[in-house]
Design a protein around this ligand. Sequence first.
Ligand SMILES: [Zn+2]
Length: 478
Amino acid sequence: MNKFYITTPIFYLNGSPHIGHAYTTVAADVLARFQRQNKQEVFFLTGTDEHGAKIAKSAQKANMEVHKFCDKNAQAFLKLWEGLGISYDDFLRTSEPRHEEAVKEFLNQLKSAKTPKNRPALYEDEYSGLYCEGCEAYKTESDIENGLCPEHKIKPITLKERNWFFRLLDFEESLKKQIGLKKMKIMPEGRQKEVAGFIKHGLTDIAISRANVPWGIKVPFDESQTVYVWVDALINYLSALGWPKSKKFEKFWPADLHLIGKDILKFHAVIWPALLMALKIELPKSIFAHGYFTVGDEKMSKSVGNVISPEHLIKQFGADATRYLLLSLYPFGQDGDITIEKINLKYKSALANGLGNLVSRVLNLVETEFEGVIPVAVPSPRNLKNRNKLLENEEIYEAIGEIEDAVAFANQYIEKNKLWQIVKTKKEEAGIILSGLCALICEIAKYIDPIMPNISKDITDRLSAKKITKGEPLFPIV
Ligand SMILES: [Zn+2]
């Protein structure tokens, strides 16, 4: 059976969604739509990560009850996904009962599971360490710069408490083997080495529970503890399918692709597979970690004043163009720099003057010179089949490049043949060229569908009208 299970990370509900969340989710949506176009049965999961001390604190700060606080923030994500046309199949919130049940089941199974060295997977221990409340994670001395967490610029606190530990160290050989065999593909190039590095140098047993965190899921066999938020969150990929027993789980697991940001690679490529191995659950087939962007070579932040909001982009360019622009600025998987100027420029060159102009001038000639009917059936003068291979490998930026090349080719073709002149003198010849261009536009429309579904439909509708008209500009310049 052809199925494709794709996930985004579940997003931490501590604030409103920003452009980084939009970037990951739009990319996942493009890949999901592409797989559906290829007749795969797709399950596309996204959602929100709602537990933990940090969220409880933020709710308190906002003077709101924690459930209400999460409801409000989850709504903001749902609204943005609607604005961007995200075609998710399920939106899972970790505060939902269905998730809590699965997490408790997972913990219970883990309690009786054995490691590859035939020792219990869990043990109790006292732990003392430096803990960053921003990261909700323990830090080693080497993680800390000038006494502060480099990510949050706050001083880690010393925590000493009794916790449940997972014997991650016992999984070292199994993890190495899995990654060596590429059973679980880690992409793009280079990330696999990074993961091998973690395993070689950084493996320690990990605390999977916390004491004194009231906003979380209780450890079923020790109610004084709550499940560590990261373990809680990772299990969403199973709970959304109704694990341990459901038709959906049997059909869609293992995940075909976990799409993540590069900062959470270790959780997904080391801890998650080890937890799954402990329970003898099949590993995900692949993990793709994308890069981050800076804005004008600086980290995006309110204090620098360089925040680009996804809502603003949608308002200015529309949902489809926003999707296109986000993914066309630098290769997927790498880091890149964006600015509003670059986005504006790309909109003008690739969309308004590129694709928009091509459709407008071709349909205009069909309307005015051929009474709105495409003259003869001829094949497109260029083939775009390479796009499929690119999208199968998550090469979204390169696939967009392929489309832009075809648009540029068609626009040059019109210039070179001086189509607007020969349509007056050699009408038959012009008709053939024009028909080929219409076929190419039709193919482009099909290929941009996962990226710009509404624009794709608009172009197809215009081309299949009984009487073709030029119509309104696809990408107006405002
Ligand atoms: Zn931190």
